[in-house]
Design a protein around this ligand. Structure first.
Ligand SMILES: [Zn+2]
Ligand SMILES: [Zn+2]
Ligand SMILES: [Zn+2]
Length: 223
């Protein structure tokens, strides 16, 4: 479903990517709300939702972190603390990608888990954002990311990471082969599927080729 229009993208964001209950005032009869009602009705009818075996890191990073659609419910409890307010207001962290770039600093060898840590990322963060406790905010961002299922966590190894090598397998002229790649690529709107039904699965499939030992989920039979 290609969606170029900006308004569309905004509506899709509200409806699919965040876990807000879509609220349409009953009394309102403006063109805009009728429009959303129509969209919702149509999407419900055709079972539109984000679905795929795996998504590219670009798509997982583009998701909004706050009220992330696929996060564990406990993410809602993390929303209103001082650290979360600081993450939004001072650090301007709104997407999964921004959060995961921020938590990388926790792995800095000079970082200490204290409020007045003097490591370079903490010092820079303090100067750039007026945050007085970068360590606290980094840990909060990590808590937020930890509520994401593996399919939606860009810090995990994703099928995309090893699919490129698998692509080379197909370079046999006379053999037709089964394309083992499962990753949905492109923009966020490319993650939407119609005619979906049943339980949504957020586990990552292991599509690495079977290596003859215990690694890799599948034996790709090439004949
Ligand atoms: Zn530090
Ligand atoms: Zn902060
Ligand atoms: Zn599953």
């Amino acid at each position: 479903m290609p969606v170029q229009n900006k308004m569309w993208t905004l509506k899709l964001k509200t409806i699919f990517l965040q876990s807000w209950k879509t609220h349409i005032p009953k009394s309102s009869t403006t063109a805009a709300t009728n429009d959303i009602k129509d969209i919702l009705r149509t999407f419900k009818k055709y079972g539109v939702r984000q679905e795929g075996l795996a998504f590219s890191r670009k798509i997982t990073r583009s998701m909004p972190i706050w009220y992330h659609r696929h996060a564990d419910k406990k993410i809602r409890k993390l929303n209103h603390s001082e650290a979360s307010i600081c993450l939004k207001k001072n650090h301007k962290i709104f997407s999964v990608g921004e959060a995961s770039d921020f938590v990388i600093h926790l792995g800095n060898l000079n970082h200490q888990p204290i409020a007045n840590c003097e490591c370079l990322p903490c010092v820079t963060t303090r100067v750039d954002t007026q945050c007085h406790n970068p360590n606290r905010c980094m840990n909060r961002a990590k808590d937020l990311l930890n509520t994401l299922p593996s399919k939606w966590d860009p810090r995990q190894q994703l099928p995309e990471d090893y699919e490129r090598e698998q692509g080379a397998v197909g370079d046999y002229d006379q053999w037709s082969y089964f394309d083992p790649t499962v990753t949905t690529k492109g923009e966020l709107s490319d993650s939407l599927r119609t005619f979906t039904h049943g339980e949504l699965c957020n586990d990552l499939p292991d599509t690495r080729p079977y290596d003859g030992l215990n690694n890799g989920g599948h034996r790709w039979v090439l004949f």
